[in-house]
Design a protein around this ligand. Sequence first.
Ligand SMILES: CC(C)(COP(=O)(O)OP(=O)(O)OC[C@H]1O[C@@H](n2cnc3c(N)ncnc32)[C@H](O)[C@@H]1OP(=O)(O)O)[C@@H](O)C(=O)NCCC(=O)NCCS
Length: 260
Amino acid sequence: MSSTTMLDPLAIGADVWWLRESDVGAFGAAVGLERVLTPDELDRCDRLKQDGARRRYLGARLLSRCALSRYVNVPPSHWTFRKGEFGRPEIEGENYGLDFNITHTEGMIATVVARDRMCGLDVEHRPIRPEAARLAPKVLAPPELAFVRMLPGELRRCLFADLWVAKEAYTKALGMGLCRPFDTFGTRRKDDGTLDLVDPTLPEAERARWQMEVFRIADGITAGVAIRKLHGEAGRVPLWLHDAMAELLPVPVEPLGGGP
Ligand SMILES: CC(C)(COP(=O)(O)OP(=O)(O)OC[C@H]1O[C@@H](n2cnc3c(N)ncnc32)[C@H](O)[C@@H]1OP(=O)(O)O)[C@@H](O)C(=O)NCCC(=O)NCCS
């Protein structure tokens, strides 16, 4: 790896940052919640009735702002965002080529950041809840459904969770989210553990640019990432997983020794 790529991981790959919901209070206190978030964001948070929803909303704003500021010299509070056609938050104004996507589920908040590559992220509990598992016939393409149905109870819900996050990561990277029907495209597992996209609406060259992966963020939480590779980029784009509490908080400055 060259010194440029060591300093700039987004030159060759993408970063996924995660924050436990239980750490949102400590994270907010450490980065200065009121300084980082806009009055609108704070107001919207106050209007949320449920504690968990409030924590996840706050965590998602703090995490995405602080993560984006790791790559360019823009303070976390200075980012402004607009929404795409289907509600996907995107950086407004100068974006330095950065793309990002937020996801949260009970207990976990995460964001993916990439440069010059479209990206999407989804997290879910694994195994997926039995109520959600009933959606399988609507969400899975026929070969995926046939494979899932061969598995027994809990394993079936684990595989379904993995397929769900991979597929939603792709539609979130496209900015469509659930507006793109999930049974119109599928995935096929490759030998290197990543997934091939099977999307009949795309020409082969475009389909081959998509990299989809599933990994565990923490016990019981599965994550799907979709990255659109650069034109002509061969091989797997590396993804790095970062614990926001360990890697994003300001480092306390120790006084230098030798003073009075
Ligand atoms: C966004 C959506 C995929 C969320 O699904 P989910 O599994 O509950 O949520 P996740 O935690 O993975 O993602 C939520 C985050 O995705 C982002 N997001 C919102 N709309 C998005 C979109 N169209 N594409 C990609 N990301 C989107 C937001 O950052 C959101 O978090 P925030 O509201 O705290 O900012 C889903 O609500 C959706 O498709 N919305 C589009 C508009 C809609 O509701 N259409 C109805 C069907 S056409």
